[in-house]
Design a protein around this ligand. Structure first.
Ligand code: EPU
Length: 420
């Protein structure tokens, strides 16, 4: 199994381009199930999760043509089954995103129920309840969600008890072809939800209010083909910027979405970093200084994202002072802490709070990636640690970070992929 070998101690310096956003690309690919016309999605990141979603669409009979620039043309007119089997769902929970489009467009869907996950229990009850409110019949049998509807789904007013990103996306997609108006209240405001809505609008959907907590969708009879570029990845961008701050270096991320990173940039400024932005680029310059510890509390957008929590735990672990990090979205998202302790970090977790006492240095050690963002935080810790760190189970990182060793390597990091 591949591992990443990182020799720490290099101040990162340089320019790196943001890839397309995984968490926008996945729902947008699922949204292609809503039209029978040809559709082209551009700026897809080259990641395992994207390949899994394309494999899932292909397994349903959709035509999938990918070019060398990761632009993909999809043809749903050849779809011959509407099933997402366990083999694919177990490798990627986001497969649940095909449920709404399938039942809305084809009147039926069988999607394996996603099971537990390293970062929390992650139920999908709100997705199912919303579809039921729109008239779908749903049973869970033999580990599968079996959904069907006679005729079209019906517009409904749906209030989410909890803000859910993929839940909002599933119902947003389903509502585009429903009969009448759907109002999604307490909807997720994440930029990826907005990007999906913009893609659906480009396909002919009638949507307003995306980016606020109330989204209004007026169902139409059919959606048409379109060409749509996926937005840049704000979490990948944020990870590179933290890499600059943690190593005392200077990194500019280009082709990114500046607006979507406000909460992260303000925390980076609090660490003492000099943050400069242009229209589509952000530069963080730490000018060789040690970062100051910051307090973090994760919450739905526009607050601080849970997907950047682990990276800031890494930053705090070598910062000056003590940082309190509170995780409010997932109940088990501190798996990186035990690995960082192996590298000499001083972190105490009680419930959903980590108290991180900055130490003068970390020491390289063999560590294990447990989930996607946890693995990113281990890379960051390794970049600043003395000596070598070998990170095992890096398939987690390949799900969400495109060409990680090439990109960090281009900033001067000593990083390579090794076999054992
Ligand atoms: N929740 C429910 N019931 C539901 C749905 C969610 O109780 O039906 C709860 C969850 O258990 C969690 C909270 O609501 O406590 C928020 O979960 P959400 O549904 O928003 O998460 P998600 O849609 O499954 C997406 C991203 C995650 C990201 C979260 C939060 C995708 C494909 N995944 O997950 O990304 O952490 O939103 O922002 O968009 C990652 O990229 O590493 C990642 C995990």
């Amino acid at each position: 199994m591949d591992k990443l070998l990182i020799t720490g101690g290099v101040r990162l310096n340089g320019v790196v381009r943001a890839s397309g956003a995984k968490n926008a690309a996945l729902p947008i690919l699922a949204a292609t199930l809503l039209t029978k016309e040809l559709i082209t999605i551009k700026n897809l990141p080259h990641l395992h999760d994207i390949t899994t979603m394309l494999e899932l669409l292909g397994s349903m009979g959709c035509g999938v043509v990918v070019d060398e620039k990761m632009s993909v043309q999809l043809d749903v007119s050849t779809l011959n089954n509407s099933e997402a089997p366990y083999e694919l769902v177990k490798t990627m929970r986001a497969s649940i995103l095909v449920l709404g489009p399938l039942v809305s467009h084809f009147g039926k869907a069988i999607v394996s129920l996603p099971g537990g996950c390293a970062i929390g229990s992650r139920p999908v009850d709100l997705h199912l309840r919303g579809l039921e409110a729109m008239g779908a019949n749903i049973v869970v049998e033999g580990g599968d969600i079996i959904a069907s509807v006679d005729g079209r789904l019906k517009g409904a007013r749906i209030f989410f008890d909890k803000v859910t990103v993929t839940g909002t996306e599933n119902l947003l997609m389903a509502a585009t072809l429903a009969d009448g108006q759907t109002i999604l209240e307490n909807a997720a405001r994440e930029p990826e939800v907005v990007d999906l809505a913009e893609c659906l609008i480009a396909m002919g959907a009638k949507i307003t209010g995306h980016g606020t907590d109330t989204i209004v969708i007026d169902g139409v009879e059919a959606l048409h083909g379109a060409t749509y570029p996926v937005m840049p990845d704000r979490i990948e961008t944020g990870t590179f910027l933290v890499a600059a701050a943690i190593t005392g270096g200077k990194v500019k991320v280009t082709d990114t979405d500046v607006k979507s990173l406000e909460a992260v940039l303000s925390k980076l400024e609090e660490t003492g970093a000099k943050v400069t932005c242009g229209e589509d680029w952000i530069e963080v310059d730490m000018e060789g200084r040690r970062p100051k510890a910051v307090n973090i509390s994760t919450a739905p957008y526009p607050a601080f994202p849970t997907d950047m929590q682990a990276q800031f735990v890494a930053l705090n672990s070598v910062a000056e002072g003590v940082g309190r990090v509170i995780e409010n979205i997932f109940e088990n998202r501190f798996m990186h802490v035990d690995e960082m302790l192996r590298m000499g970090a001083d972190i105490e977790v009680t419930g959903n709070t980590a108290i991180v006492r900055g130490c003068n240095s970390l020491k390289g050690a063999p560590v294990m990636a447990t989930d996607l963002r946890a693995s990113a935080s281990l890379v960051l810790s390794a970049l600043v640690a003395n000596g070598d760190t070998k990170i095992d189970r890096i398939y987690h990182i390949d799900r969400g970070y495109e060409c990680i060793e090439e990109k960090f390597g281009s900033l001067g990091a000593k990083i390579s992929r090794v076999l054992n």
